[in-house]
Design a binder for this molecule. Sequence first.
Ligand SMILES: Nc1nc2c(ncn2[C@@H]2O[C@H](COP(=O)(O)OP(=O)(O)OP(=O)(O)O)[C@@H](O)[C@H]2O)c(=O)[nH]1
Ligand SMILES: [Mg+2]
Length: 339
Amino acid sequence: MKLADSVLAGDRLALARLLSYVENDTAEGRAALDSLFPHTGRSHLVGVTGAPGTGKSSLVNRLAYVFRHPPGGASPRRVAVVAVDPSSPFTGGAILGDRIRMRDLAGDPGVFIRSMAARGSLGGLAGATAGLVQVFDAAGYDLVFIETVGVGQGEVDIARLAHTTLVVEAPNLGDEIQAIKAGILEIADILVVNKADLPGVENTERALRSMLDLSQPSPRSMVHHKASLSPPASLIGQPGWVPPIQRTISTEAVGIEELAALIDRHRDYLGESGNWQRRERLRLESELEMLLREALVSRWRISISESQYQAVLGRLVERRISPRQAVECLVDGRVLRDT
Ligand SMILES: Nc1nc2c(ncn2[C@@H]2O[C@H](COP(=O)(O)OP(=O)(O)OP(=O)(O)O)[C@@H](O)[C@H]2O)c(=O)[nH]1
Ligand SMILES: [Mg+2]
């Protein structure tokens, strides 16, 4: 049986193998992604982002548990987790978070957790993440959590992948400044104040709330991200949705059921408002752009010799040509004239 078919048939080993192929961008992985793509589009993709050590891993673990063991006798849902760059050098928290994960969810066939080391290039990482998410989607996982550490562009990139983005804050991290800097509120569909057992939680929540008030509505956000061709999905207007703030204590499973309910509520909102379709379109458009950019750059790179490249760079450094002229030389294959 082909690898893609085995994955569709629910073969866990095949799934694990394919995830590695996709992460390493092998030919077999690419082929499988192509044949799996028509089977995607059903998962609810939930981004979880925030500063290092805010409790993202513990939170995702608890959420997975709630979706596996829903209150009120609802039927359990299958949950996948893609944790990008889980080993934060700042906190070392990932190790503990991952250990908690193992204990609570070990042996549950309805849960699949995949950690991925960050790559050199941002585009490569986002591309690989998108691939892993597609595999889980095709394999029939109802929810796919995408956990990223990051303060800035990385978060915006994840917002482009997800239907629903959770931004996780914790008390006393200098979050106010961080939030403004990263434009983080602009990508948040749901704000989580984790570590609500710690002092300072009121301040954090108050700061978030006042910034939220300021940023509603925010046509500014479009200007912010002008650099890319399409805005993150969550930056399109969401009339009728004000990002809620949920307090949690992920070490004690406090506020988790409420948070899970908010995630469902946002999905329902997207469906009822027609925004699900708009986000799908934007999601796929930004993935297309990302792959296009990668393909064009690598194609261009083999069309030009290293010595040509270095020659142009040399002129640039000597200030005999401007950066823009350098690009013209390199892209249009314009011959260097002595000036
Ligand atoms: N007091 C308190 N500690 C928490 C809470 N949630 C998580 N922690 C602790 O915070 C540390 C980091 O937790 P993680 O879940 O690994 O955080 P993370 O955001 O995934 O960390 P990175 O992936 O390294 O960015 C661990 O020591 C957790 O036990 C909480 O609600 N209260
Ligand atoms: Mg983590």
